[in-house]
Design a protein around this ligand. Structure first.
Ligand code: PLP
Length: 433
């Protein structure tokens, strides 16, 4: 049908959505009706029409950990508009530009030493692909081609492309379907919440035993997110750092979810006082405005790669270093660091502890845990996603419960009243689910 496809009524829009548009982990044609978001501002999503009596929902998810400053922020809007008038995109092969250089330099400044080189790509999954590629290529280049496998924890999630899928939780996880064909990696048990010396000893032992074939250990530091919202002692990161150093294995921290303050530290690595060889960032990098991710590595890794038969990192996506996303990322970082963000995250942590305490007494609740601006209620059963989501929406809040979890990671700009409402919605979702 020719002509501009705009001005759809909600019914028509949903019918076309179901017919044509894939959603995350969704069937085709679609079977459930997503809510139609018309606009978003501050911490609120405005729906095209009222749903369960609500036209506006407080976003308790920060659009999957990303919108830390909320929506439609004047500072980020200005950065985007300013850059848009100069150029929204230009290829990065043979060309460079100020936004990308400024962003890379800023990332090197704020991430732990000795991370020094930055690959700017367009999604978290790709940044993990790049991280893995860097490590595999490093070992080939320095004459250890047998070191091509990865070690990770069960219960992890690192993205939906091939290498990241191979290090996601292999059982009951999102990518079980592919278990026979993905690269075969080495899995340690998911780390316990508290430091356990015998678990740490097993971890050391596993790294030692597989060192000859291991390119890298890859983990989400302190919080395992989409694989189960588990928290663990930062002590395990020190154990991994020491074991990797001792046995000649690289260490990758996937800080795509934890980066930019979510755990209360700017990067979760800081909670352990250790630095990885390679670090992945994404999600909140642009304050959730645009799709961009980054892979940082040390000079040792970069120099090792340059010794190889192919002395370049053979990766170069079309939208690498996108200027628009880079400019907004710089503005988002300045916005975050220009305020007392630690105080804000502490305020949210206190509010989540207080507000979610009620969930502890509810039937079916196995655990309630809070860290930084992350609040998690774990059930003793699989949550009824539809019923739990509906209960949250009725309470005026957007949540996305999954598996046995009802959880929230609100934007840092969520006020105390709205945060209390988010907590009440989490409890309502727990009761319904
Ligand atoms: N790594 C972690 C820790 C994540 O939480 C995610 C996304 O949820 C990814 C990687 C993948 O990022 P993206 O969805 O941007 O590809």
């Amino acid at each position: 049908r020719p002509g501009p496809h705009s001005g759809y009524g909600p019914g028509e829009l949903l019918a076309l959505d179901r017919a044509h548009v894939w959603h995350p982990y969704g069937p085709m044609p679609g079977r459930t009706d997503p809510l139609i978001v018309e606009s978003a501002s501050g911490v609120r999503l405005r729906l095209a029409e009222p749903v369960h009596g609500q036209r506006e929902l407080i976003d308790g998810m920060s659009s999957w950990w990303s919108a830390i400053h909320g929506y439609n922020h004047p500072v980020l809007n200005e950065a985007a508009h300013g850059q848009l008038e100069r150029m929204s995109h230009v290829m990065f092969g043979g060309l460079t530009h100020e936004p990308a250089v400024r962003l890379a330099t800023r990332l090197v400044e704020i991430t732990p030493e000795p991370l020094r080189h930055v690959f700017l790509c367009d999604s978290g999954s790709v940044s993990v692909e790049v991280a893995v590629k860097m490590c595999l290529q490093y070992w080939r280049s320095v004459g250890r081609p047998a070191k091509q496998r990865l070690l990770t924890w069960r219960g992890g999630y690192h993205g939906d492309t091939w290498q990241p899928m191979s290090v996601c939780d292999p059982e009951g996880g999102m990518h079980e379907l592919w278990s026979g064909v993905l690269p075969r990696q080495i899995f340690a048990e998911a780390p316990p919440a508290e430091f356990d010396e015998s678990y740490a000893a097993d971890l050391r032992d596993l790294v030692a035993r597989h060192a000859d074939e291991l390119a890298a250990v890859i983990v989400e530091p302190v919080v395992q997110g989409a694989g189960g919202m588990r928290f663990h002692s930062p002590g395990y990161l020190r154990v991994l750092r020491a074991a990797c150093d001792e046995h000649g294995v690289l260490l990758i921290f996937d800080e795509i979810a934890t980066g930019f303050g979510r755990t209360g530290a700017l990067f979760a690595a800081e909670l352990a006082g250790v630095s990885p060889d390679v670090m992945c960032l994404g999600k909140a990098l642009t304050g959730g405005y645009l799709t961009m991710a980054a892979t940082l590595c040390t000079s040792r890794v970069a120099e090792g790669i340059s010794l190889g038969e192919v002395p370049v990192l053979a990766h170069g996506p079309t939208f690498m270093g996108n200027p628009l996303a880079s400019a907004v990322a710089c503005a988002s970082i300045d916005l975050l660091l220009g305020q007392d963000w630690q105080q804000e995250v502490k305020r949210l942590e206190a509010g989540l502890r207080e507000g979610l305490a009620e969930a502890e007494g509810l039937p079916g609740v196995k655990d309630v845990r809070v860290l930084g601006a992350i609040g998690v209620v774990q059930l003793d059963h699989e949550v009824d996603m539809a019923a739990a989501t509906e209960a949250a929406v009725r309470a005026g809040v957007w949540l996305r419960p999954f598996r046995d979890l009802v959880y929230t990671m609100p934007p840092y700009v969520t006020g105390d009243g709205d945060l209390a409402r988010v907590c009440r919605a989490v409890c309502a979702a727990v009761r319904a689910g």
